[in-house]
Design a protein around this ligand. Structure first.
Ligand code: GLN
Length: 194
C-alpha cells in the first residue's frame, strides 16, 4: 500500500516519516501522474493560499477531485484541512470543496499563534499530542461529517467517510497514531475498492 504526500509546499518529509512509522510506504507527490499508483493522499500544512495556487497551476484540482471520487482517502492537516473545506470564512473562493464544512483561518489569534496540547480523539485510545501553528478551526459541519475531537469547544478533528481533517500538525511529534488511523482508513478503502 502506497500513500502520497502532496509536495507543492509545506511539511512533507515529516508526514513521510510518520506514515512510514505507521507501516505504510510513502512518497512525495509533485506530479498528477503519480496519483495513479497511490491508495491515499496527505495534504500537508503550510500556507493554504500558496498550496491552492500551486494545485491549480499543476492540475491537481481536477486530479484530486477524481482521486477522491474513486473513494481513495485524503488526509488534510492544518492548511490541508483548509484546502479540503467546502467554505472558508471571509473568502469568496474555497479550494477542493470536498468536505462539507466551513473553516476559519488563523482562528486562534496573535496570543495563541502556536501551542501544543493533548487532545482526546474519538477512535484513538489515549490523548494525542497536537501542535497548533496559526491553525484553522472548523466552524460548521454538515450532517455527513463526524466530529472526532474538540479543543475548548471548537472542532479540530473531523471525518467525512474517506476524508480526514485536523487543524493541527500530527507530523511534528513522535506520536504517529493519527497517521496509523489514516493508514487504516486507506487499507479499508483499498479492500472495498478491489
Ligand atoms: N495559517 C495557514 C493558512 O491559513 C495554515 C497554517 C499551517 O498549516 N500551519 O493556510
Amino acid at each position: 500500500m502506497k500513500i502520497g504526500v502532496l509536495a507543492l509546499q509545506g511539511a512533507v518529509a515529516e508526514h513521510i516519516r510518520s506514515l512510514e512509522a505507521a507501516g505504510a510506504e510513502a512518497v512525495a507527490v509533485k506530479r498528477v501522474e503519480q496519483l495513479d499508483e497511490l491508495q491515499g493522499l496527505v495534504i500537508p500544512g503550510g500556507e493554504s493560499t500558496t498550496i491552492g495556487k500551486l494545485m491549480r497551476k499543476y492540475g491537481f484540482m481536477e486530479a484530486i477531485a477524481d482521486f477522491s471520487a474513486q473513494g481513495k482517502p485524503l488526509f488534510g492537516t492544518c492548511a490541508g484541512l483548509i484546502v479540503l473545506a467546502d467554505e472558508i470564512e471571509g473568502q469568496e473562493d474555497a479550494h477542493l470543496r470536498l468536505m462539507d464544512m466551513t473553516v476559519a483561518r488563523n482562528a486562534f489569534g496573535r496570543q495563541q499563534e502556536s501551542f501544543e496540547t493533548d487532545l482526546s480523539v474519538k477512535g484513538i485510545d489515549e490523548p494525542v499530542r497536537a501542535v497548533f501553528i496559526r491553525a484553522p478551526l472548523i466552524k460548521k459541519v454538515g450532517s455527513g461529517v463526524e466530529v472526532l475531537s474538540t479543543y475548548r469547544d471548537e472542532i479540530v478533528t473531523a471525518r467525512q467517510g474517506h476524508l480526514l481533517a485536523v487543524s493541527y500538525h500530527p507530523e511534528l511529534t513522535d506520536d504517529y497514531r493519527l497517521h496509523a488511523y489514516f493508514v487504516d482508513m486507506v487499507k479499508e478503502a483499498a479492500a472495498g475498492n478491489e
